[in-house]
Each structure stands twice: as structure tokens, then as C-alpha cells.
Design a protein around this ligand. Structure first.
Ligand code: GDP
Ligand code: MN
Length: 381
């Protein structure tokens, strides 16, 4: 789950890292009131998941409440990477002296968290990594060590040129950010920019937090964010016990597959043959007839979707049950788009028989590539 900035700031603030005074607003009038309450020069920031809002004109500096109103009016309803702006964060403006970067990410090869520290914040870390890789300090962390000694952070910030009180404040931020990373079971926590103000304070001007959905059961405090943070079809799927991931707003192929690995492979094949995936739905193991039917109905609601590839293997799942689920979806929904099924494994003969009755094209012994090519040819017709 990818938290919005305002949610991430709350979590980061609760972890003891300084964040600017802020208020969330759902319309320009609320933005005006928010700026009035803050009663200082402010920043109006679009709340959308993708970064690069600054460059896209979705972050506006405002002098007072009237300007907050008109800036909000400008921003609301704009689209940023396929997401419409429906909320803005109004925040006390920081007088920026310097922009730093700090994040904790998972190094999947080493199975360790890595803390990244740089004095060149404000832009994408990828950009810093490319233009001046030496400007990023990597601190690998031992996840079995309860507390990483503070001197590590002091050393790292010292290497990129920080001194004195700011060095100590930034070190404390890095240490608290790592604790937060563990506490919320995050994949990524990032503060970019971490701002040094003219007055010498160190404050998080932006925050990004991505948590592992599988851990949400032990974070009741984050569960309420899920509804607000997820695509509506993702929520519907999670209630049905399957996972739906929206891929691209230009996509037109829906992928229903069993297992994350097969979903990924199918997605690669769709790209390979010139298709663009709109979304994939991973059935997981032990899918029931009703679950299969629900999954297909959820995929059918995908905007812009013009054809569905169902790529399943009967291992833990049973082909006959999945085929019956597909049959059920055909009875209960009005299906107008082409569907191609590749199905093999446990109870395949029974499954194929059900699908043959429905007259859906089935790839029995062939490859995923074949199934995709067939589907794309049907979409183009
Ligand atoms: P992003 O572009 O989506 O990552 O959004 P950020 O929150 O990181 O903001 C982008 C840039 O806007 C920052 O790097 C700052 O230069 C500027 N900015 C953001 N908040 C403030 C603020 O409170 N005061 C000032 N002066 N600039 C800000
Ligand atoms: Mn940022």
C-alpha cells in the first residue's frame, strides 16, 4: 500500500520526525480555511500518489488564504499519472536553505534494509544516482541488530558535508526513519526533500511510505488508510480474497492468472506482443467457483479493458472448479470482450469440457505466447 503524502506525514510525524504544520482539504474553500488557520505563507500540494508534482505544477506557494483558494481551484480535478486530484494538503511554507535526501529501502539481494543518505535532495534519487553516484551514501543495516548505533548516521551525514547541530538533527531523523521502517513493515520510507531551514531546523517537506499489504493485519492504525489509498477494484478484490493490481491507464488487456510468478510472466508476454496490460488479478491458491466468477467480474469493470487472458495452472487450484467459475461469470455478467483461456493441470479434461461448452478459445497444450497472440488478434478484429 502506497500512502498519500498526508498519511505518510502523519506516520512520519508520529515517529518523532519534524513535519510542517498542515491541514488536508477536499475543496478550494477548505483550502482557504486551512491557510487561514495556519496563518502563515503556505504551500498547497496536490495529494496524488506519483511523485514529480513540483515539476508538474501541482505544488503552489501561496501568500495567504485567498491565494490558497485560487491555487487549489487550479489544482483540483487535474490529472497526474492517471490519478485525479481530489485532495490537497495545505502546509506552512518552509524557508529552505538546503534540501537533503534520506530513505530506507529493502535490498532484496542481500535481504537487508539499506539507508540512503544524500545532501543532493529535492530531485529523484535515480537522477542523483546517475549524475553523481558518489553523492549517495549507502548504509547497510543488520536487521537482527535492535538499534543501529547513532554514530553511523553521524558519520554518513558528515561524509556528505553536514556539520554541527544540523548533522545531529539529520542523524536523529535517519535513526527514527529506520525505526519507522521496521515498525510499519515498510518496503520503502523516503523523505525527499528533508529540508534544512534558514533558521537551522531539519524538517521533512515530503514523505513517501510504502507498506507491505500482507502485514496490515497487525497494523490496525494503517487499515483505515487502505480504503483511501487503494484503487476501488483493488479493495473489491481484496474483499474477494484475490489481489488486483492496476497497471496502466493506457492498458487494454486484462490478465487473470494464478500466482504472482505466472501473472508477471503473462504481463511480460503481453508487452512482448504489442499489448499493454490494464491490470492483473492474481487468483492465488485454493480459488473457489464463486471466487473465480467474482475475479472475472472485477476484471470486467477495468476501464479501457478490451480483452482478457486467463492464464491458470491447476496445482493447488483445480481446473474444473476454475472453469465452472468462468462459466458462472458468463451466466451472471454480460461479457462483450474476447476472452482466451490457457488452462492446464489438475482436472484439466473436466475444465476444458466446461469451457468447450461455453465456446471460449482454450489453449490446452500450447504456450502463454500463443494465448496472448490469439487474444491480441481478437482484440484487433
Ligand atoms: P514531489 O515533487 O512530488 O516530490 O513533491 P515535494 O513535496 O518533494 O516538493 C517538490 C519541491 O517543491 C521541493 O523539492 C521543494 O523545492 C518545493 N517545496 C515543497 N514544499 C515546500 C515548502 O514548504 N517551501 C518551499 N519553499 N518549497 C517547497
Ligand atoms: Mn518529493
Amino acid at each position: 500500500m502506497y500512502l498519500y503524502e498526508y498519511q505518510a506525514k502523519k506516520v512520519v510525524g508520529d515517529a518523532g520526525i519534524p513535519v510542517p504544520q498542515n491541514r488536508l482539504a477536499f475543496n478550494p474553500e477548505e483550502a482557504r480555511q486551512a491557510a487561514e488557520e495556519i496563518n502563515k505563507p503556505s504551500v498547497v500540494k496536490a495529494q496524488v500518489r506519483a511523485g514529480g508534482r513540483g515539476k508538474a505544477g501541482l505544488i503552489k506557494l501561496v501568500k495567504g488564504s485567498q491565494e490558497a483558494y485560487s491555487s487549489a481551484q487550479d489544482i483540483f480535478g487535474k490529472y497526474h499519472h492517471g490519478e485525479m486530484v481530489e485532495k490537497v494538503l495545505v502546509e506552512e511554507k518552509l524557508d529552505i536553505a538546503k534540501e537533503l535526501y534520506v530513505s530506507v529501502v529493502l535490498d532484496l539481494n542481500k535481504a537487508k534494509p539499506v539507508v540512503l543518505i544524500s545532501a543532493e535532495g529535492g530531485v529523484d534519487i535515480e537522477q542523483i544516482a546517475e549524475s553523481s553516484p558518489e553523492a549517495i551514501i549507502r548504509v547497510e543495516v543488520d536487521p537482527l541488530e535492535k538499534d543501529t548505533p547513532e554514530h553511523k548516521w553521524v558519520e554518513a551525514w558528515g561524509k556528505v558535508g553536514l556539520r554541527g547541530k544540523q548533522l545531529l538533527k539529520a542523524a536523529s531523523v535517519a535513526s527514527k526513519l529506520l525505526n519507522l521502517f521496521y515498525k510499519v513493515d515498510a518496503f520503502t520510507v523516503e523523505i525527499n526533500p528533508l529540508v534544512i531551514t534558514q533558521a537551522g531546523d531539519v524538517i521533512a517537506a515530503d514523505a513517501k511510505v510504502i507498506v507491505d499489504d500482507s502485514s496490515l493485519y497487525r497494523h490496525p492504525e494503517l487499515q483505515s488508510y487502505q480504503e483511501l489509498s487503494s484503487h476501488p477494484l483493488e479493495i473489491e478484490a481484496s474483499k474477494a480474497g484475490v489481489s488486483y493490481v492496476s497497471i496502466s491507464s493506457e492498458g487494454f488487456v486484462g490478465i487473470v492468472a494464478g500466482g504472482a510468478g505466472l501473472s508477471m510472466a503473462t504481463m511480460d508476454a503481453v508487452f512482448e506482443y504489442g499489448g499493454i496490460p490494464a491490470a492483473f488479478l492474481d487468483l492465488g491458491g485454493g480459488i473457489s467457483e464463486v471466487g473465480m466468477a467474482e475475479s472475472l467480474k472485477i476484471m470486467l469493470k477495468t476501464e479501457g479493458m478490451r480483452g482478457i487472458i486467463i492464464n491458470v495452472f491447476g496445482g493447488i487450484n483445480n481446473c474444473e472448479i476454475m472453469a465452472k467459475g468462468i462459466n458462472r461469470a458468463f451466466q451472471e455478467a454480460d461479457i462483450q470482450v474476447p476472452i482466451v483461456v490457457k488452462m492446464r493441470g489438475h482436472s484439466q479434461e473436466e475444465g476444458w469440457a466446461v469451457l468447450e461448452n461455453l465456446q471460449i478459445p482454450i489453449i490446452k497444450h500450447g504456450t502463454t505466447d500463443e494465448a496472448i497472440k490469439l487474444l491480441l488478434s481478437k482484440i484487433k478484429m
